[in-house]
Design a protein around this ligand. Sequence first.
Ligand code: CTP
Length: 405
Amino acid sequence: MTTADRPRVVLGVSGGIAAYKACELLRRLTESGHEVRVVPTASALHFVGEATWSALSGRPATTEVWESVHEVPHVRIGQSADLVVVAPATADLLAKAAHGLADDLLTNTLLTARCPVVFAPAMHTEMWEHPATRENVATLRRRGALVIEPAVGRLTGVDTGKGRLPDPGQIFEVCRRVLERGERAGEQDLAGRHVVISAGGTREPLDPVRFLGNRSTGRQGYALARAAVARGARVTLVSANSELPDPAGADVVRAGTAAQLREAVLKAAADADAVVMAAAVADFRPARYAQGKIKKREGAEPEPLALVRNPDILAEISADRARPGQIVVGFAAETDDVLANGRAKLVRKGCDLLVVNEVGEHKTFGSETNEAVVLAADGTETPVPHGPKDALADTVWDLVTARLG
Ligand code: CTP
């Protein structure tokens, strides 16, 4: 890739302690072939100095509009960018951006940029929840900016709550996905929508140390969550036993068993525009849970394992929609007669879309790629060629948005 072909990214950094995490985001962006110009605010330099930004980006990092004035940086940097990402975005920076203030290089850049703009806010919970910040965020979103929800966790000092900068690797994923959408990069067709995605595989405990589980890693569900964030949705990810990092911008709810997953999905689905059941939910659970570890008895045969049915969450939410027009999507993992079984399952479950894929020991589970056919209740069938789980995720959201109206 020549320098001219490289996507040009402006990394704006405002003055919060999470500025140190932006160094990692910068490293990921440059190492993956982006040409990055860092524009820190004066306050950001209290946390991480100019030398660090310059060394990591390979170019000067300027804060004020008064340097290299002949190059008109306050206009050119924004004009020539393919993406502007501000991480961390403080409450002050969001307020300035929402009101169109332009008193330093970063705020000037935000006014002149015509490319997609991503804000990754980080601040104390009280500041994030303040009506002033809420309104500023709503204004920015209405104008087409992607403001990703902060994560929940440890904040500066002893506080914990919502307001943490998401993992820089995951902010990088958001940037990558926005850029990858090419001409549709700035299009947020899920803006204002709440989507719920279940991912991973449930575990049904037998005793304190054993469970019945399955091989799902959560990759497809997490890819769906990342894709929905990049398209502007509010995302609740109900995650069953996945070890993947939390996608930036998604509210992650943990569930262990099918019963816990059902409870979390039903709760989140109450105001959802779409629910996607990508989790591998155990159809059965042990009839009895042994309080103590089940011991083998010398010379005796093991007790047969009695199982009982788990409720079918997909069928339940399809039959009893929490709100009119809610779109419900299921996944079907099949080993034989893939399409015929898929078509029958679509009818049986009553969902709007069913993503059918063939599984086997070396197919789908744990892999980065997938191949599927999406069957729709209206009879249409959309084949998705072998490719990354991210691509399948975008096809699912294309089909969902077409049906949301
Ligand atoms: N599912 C669910 N609740 C269950 C079992 C499955 O919501 N108790 C959902 C899964 O999340 C998936 C879809 O149903 O979206 C298909 O699951 P699958 O296991 O393929 O189908 P089954 O109903 O188990 O049918 P079969 O055992 O005949 O393959």
